[in-house]
Design a protein around this ligand. Structure first.
Ligand code: FAD
Length: 412
């Protein structure tokens, strides 16, 4: 596509959650310069979380995923260029180059490119019927094959894999989840939550295999026919869904000399080490207070949106820094999980409520202080628990564990 302009006062690369929010916030902060929001997907910005939830199940149409209607961007004089991929950045000249050879100059650049779904590298990984779920196109390809699919193997027991497993089990498919570690959600949650979700999936007929790695994807005539596990087990299936993480899309910035590695390093205002270049969202490696100041990437809508707001304020002369409490959600079956804080490095957990009653919270503590909560069908704990996290509350463990004691009473 021919770019609508050759220069942008603010050029935003990546038209996902962070990119869209940056543009919206710039106008909200009364920024009057030119804004160009470009991205390599052929769409205006849309919500990604439903791709493994209501969009995959067919409950939500693509139109309902759009972050704003098309007229919104026009009305606010935000130029958009879908289907445009940036392949190189010249930080000295303040110019980016696109895959089709077009170049565009900027005063400030906001890099909001998220990441690509990590893929398997084993034999058969390229066969038709092997899917990842990162983009709307991914979800469309997957959905188009569902009619001819009876059995699905999901590789990876993280949130995206489990959400997809829930949708497909509900749709009557025979689903097997293969997780390399000894419990699902092991990288993001404590044992009580992992065991609860494992049991919930089993109760819906999902076979959950733990401590299992995939050796090869088997196929015939270019299409997947099964999965061979490291222990020799063979699982027949017509579809494989791979949910094994994200690789941050930062190569053009790192090639241009930006500091980073697993993401591009940013400071508290989301500035990279390159002049006038900011980075936000899934690709931004930042020191996070809720991770004891360690540099991490957070893959959540909250993080992308809040970092976008910080950058918009920085560009319009403010001095906001990124210090937001992380939060996240996941929907599986009738279970609404809401998390607040980061459980990284916890040394104790308290379970509030009864998992058998399907409403409870897992509270994570470190050295006696609350650092995070995972709340299942427990909105009140989620809302009231936020303060425990921000204050790093320490106190009566019995009261914390008693669901009859509202969490707000603990911080009163
Ligand atoms: P993205 O929204 O991924 O946007 C980046 C955009 O940049 C993409 O369109 C990408 O194609 C484009 N791009 C990449 N490289 C280039 C380039 N070189 N040139 C141009 N464009 C480029 N988070 C939650 O909080 N709750 C959830 O329940 C949840 N569920 C999820 C379910 C799924 C299936 C997925 C995939 C993610 C989910 N997430 C969820 C995570 C959340 O969607 C991400 O954290 C969020 O989208 C990050 O926003 P972002 O702007 O950093 O990146």
């Amino acid at each position: 596509m021919t770019l609508p302009q050759r220069h942008a006062d603010v050029l935003i690369v990546g038209a996902g959650h962070g990119g869209a929010q940056s543009a919206m916030q710039l106008r909200q902060q009364k920024f009057t310069g030119s804004i160009l929001l470009l991205g390599d997907e052929p769409h205006l910005p849309y919500e990604r979380p439903p791709l493994s939830k209501e969009y995959l199940s067919g409950e939500k149409s693509f139109e309902r995923l759009l972050i704003r209607p098309p007229s919104f961007w026009v009305d606010r004089d935000i130029a958009t260029a879908p289907g445009t991929r940036v392949v190189a950045v010249d930080p000295a000249a303040h110019v980016v180059r696109c895959a089709d050879g077009q170049a565009i100059s900027y005063d400030r650049l906001i890099w909001a490119t998220g990441g690509a779904a990590r893929r398997l590298t084993c034999e058969g990984h390229h066969l038709q019927g092997v899917h990842t779920v990162r983009t709307c196109a991914d979800a469309d390809r997957l959905r188009a094959e569902l009619d001819g699919t009876r059995a699905v193997v999901v590789v990876g027991g993280g949130y995206i894999g489990l959400e997809a497993a829930a949708v497909l089990a509900k749709a009557g498919k025979r689903v097997t989840v293969c997780e390399a570690l000894d419990r699902v959600l092991a990288r993001v949650a404590g044992e009580p939550l992992s065991r609860f979700y494992e049991a919930a999936h089993r109760a819906h007929g999902v076979d959950v295999l733990l401590g299992t790695t995939v050796d090869a994807i088997e196929g015939a005539d270019g299409r997947v026919t099964g999965v061979r596990l490291a222990d020799g087990t063979q699982l027949a299936c017509q579809m494989v869904i791979v949910g094994i993480g994200v690789i941050p899309a930062v190569a053009p910035l790192l090639d241009a000399g930006a500091m980073g590695g697993n993401g591009v390093a940013v400071d508290a205002q989301c500035r990279t080490s390159l002049p006038d270049v900011f980075a936000i969202g899934d690709c931004a490696l930042h020191a996070n207070r809720f991770a004891d100041g360690f540099a991490i990437r957070i893959e959540s809508v909250q993080n992308a949106n809040d970092q976008a707001t910080v950058v918009a304020r920085a560009i319009t002369g403010g001095d906001a820094i990124y210090d937001a409490v992380p939060w996240f959600w996941s929907n599986q079956y009738d279970l609404k999980l809401q998390t607040v804080g980061l459980s990284i490095g916890y040394d104790d957990v308290v379970v509030r409520g009864d998992p058998d009653a399907r409403t409870f919270s897992v509270v994570y503590l470190k050295q006696g202080r609350v650092i995070a909560l995972d709340c299942v069908n427990a909105v009140r704990d989620y809302v009231q628990g936020r303060r425990l996290v921000t204050e790093r509350w320490a106190g009566d463990r019995d009261a914390l564990a008693d669901p009859a004691v509202p969490l707000k009473e603990l911080t009163a």
